[in-house]
Design a protein around this ligand. Sequence first.
Ligand code: GLA
Length: 830
Amino acid sequence: MTGQGELRPPGQGMLRAVGPETVAISLGQNTYLWAICMVAALGGLLFGYDWVVIGGAKPFYEKFFELRNASEQGWAMSCALVGCLLGAVFSGSASDRYGRKILLILAALLFGVSSVGTALAQVFHHFVMWRIVGGMAIGLASNLSPMYIAEISPAAVRGKLVSLNQLTIVMGILLAQFVNWLIAQPVPRDASAMEILNSWNGQMGWRWMFGVTAIPSLLFFLGMLAVPESPRWLARNGRHDEAERILRRLGGEAHSKQALAEIRSSLATSKKVNLFALLDSRLVGVLSLGVSLAVFQQWCGINVIFSYAEEVFSAAGYHVSDILLNIVITGAVNLAFTLVAIALVDKVGRRKLMLFGSAALALIYGLLGFGFYRHSRGVHMLLLVVVAIACYAMSLAPVTWVVISEIFPNHIRGVCSFAGAFRKQRARRSRRSSRLWRAESGFPRNDMQIPATLLPAFAESFGGRPRLFRAPGRVNLIGEHTDYTGGLVMPAAIDFSTWVAAGRREDRTIRAISEGFPGTLEFSLDRTPKCQGNWTDYVAGVAATLEAAGHRLRGANLLIHGEVPVGSGLSSSAAIEVATALALLKNSDLFLEPLQFALLCQRAENDFVGMRCGIMDQFISCFGRQDHALMLDCRSLTHRAVRLPAEASLVICNTMVRHELASTEYNRRREDCEAAARIIGPLRDLTLETLERRAADLPEPVRKRCRHVVTENVRVLQAAASLEESDIKAFGRYMDESHRSLRDDYEVSCRELDIMTELAGRLPGVYGSRMTGGGFGGCTISLVESGHVEDFVNQVASGYAIETGLTPKVYVCRAQDGAREVSLLECAVT
Ligand code: GLA
């Protein structure tokens, strides 16, 4: 396996990165790891199995125990939930204390004991007691199996491995349905309750259905005895040597060192959060939204279909022995459409899937209700039920939990999931696992995911609750080094942001600290701050520029958290400027048009920091739009959004070099262009013919520089047109040409950038590749056919490492919206 994976830069979300953090794992180690995770995922299988087995046994044990009224029947079906609740509530603290492994062994034992106990029950209250014991096993396994898998897996494969548990749950459901069907013997169509009671099914069949659970339980039990303890838990309890040994076995020496270091640092920064965190008034909205979503998910009627399939099917004209086959069909559909959801949730988006699911279910229930009302029977009723399950499995079932996982800020997520256990009573299926499945599997992150450290760190440094602002970095698709001559550019905002947490002060002092860099900035807005030559210049520069432009600011405490890799050409400077300006203005109850905003930030960088950049970076950080690039005319400052093709991904490769000459050469190129403009007029108005005619008037390097600018402006126009015509191949060709022009005419590329683009150009599925940003190091941007991204990431990373000896970072990113304030509530609905 190569070093591909889902790594996050500090505080980051779901950008996929390849870098020094990942360590190769051999095939043998990989197999061992998969085997361990398969064992743990048996917890998920039993969870799904136990949930559904009762549906098939229901017609028979009800007769056996003579459960005639709805409350007794309902209690038989749902008593296990009491145990489930207990298991879920205690799983966290007990496994922290005694270890994951022992608690999972206990879960396996409880599954086994409960299945045998239920199978042997002679009286109803024994049946209930054993079902509650089984429920406890579910409560434990549903929390601990995915947790254990996540803790034992290296980051690079964690997503895949955790998602195993999601799949095994659905497989467990299908297995239970299938086993029930195999066990039950045909029941005559006109069988009376007495005949069913006296049949083999009524006496023995239902017992076998429960009893068979003992087989996977035993496998789970034996398997869990053999697997190692979670290294994270061991390290947390000071058992570093054991943790190291296990990690070494799992991924080798390097992996073990790296993983231990990560575990230590995450343990050092993790804080204990208690239930009272949920009472924070700012969280109440998010919490209610999450709970409502969960309640509605369960209220959407699907439980009627799953739990009462028998009644639904008989009412539709199906006989009891057909029902089990039908249940098997529903299980298969459930499994198949869960896979569809896994494939779609990222491409189509959560909102669309949820809307589709709710609308489709509403329609189907309407039709079903009408059908029952008209006593309609036959295959069409069965089909409607199956379609309802398909719609639910591909939308509300998993996506609700994906959404819930995304709307809670990190630091309260654990507590929320615990609180979620209280309503887990109707929602056991796939809940916990899908949350983890999403959280780890490399789906583009929710851009509104607030960095976990931000709120606690602010409270610690300044006290109180801040307002939060974020501004994204950018990648430029085409149109490089054209903005400062009034040319055309085509950038997109990316899912790396700089966050500013801001609190109001009563005086006119700005006090700022950064999570990533040392030093404190403190100055009075009544005096002009001095340039320090470090990160504080961006904050001070923006404050001073806003004041100088007549915007009277209030004092503020600011905490900066940067996600945009610094010095990589992804515009971390514009991100900090724009986020700071937004924070300072909002903190002062001032409003500014976004364009003014972008221009003031550019001015701060030009005049205070001393970098003579164009407008592109600040503009896109303000105006970025999700899934779109902007075609920006830097002279008129007008723009239009161009949708990016869904079938291609933006892959940013960080060369990990930044050459010293970057900023001096940048300013020098700008001077060359200004000198040319003085001789032959604005470069934006120049055609290639005019340039060639006037070539003799220009000294050599300047002539080449102008050729780049002129041809690049034309390329941007053509590239935008080709995107709008969905001609991605043509767009890619313009990207390649742009790189050649930057390399040969503008001379801002370097060996590493050239190697990276050449490697990319040789790989399948790559439409085009070029350097992005100012150049002399930093990043390349490649447009890659989505199906090839995985291979691309692996091959470009290893090829680059072989040729340069450097380990690159590769980010698969998605175009995002521009800067904004992020309130917890707003983050919840976005
Ligand atoms: C830097 C500058 C931008 C732009 C690019 C090159 O990112 O900040 O204004 O000039 O380089 O296209």
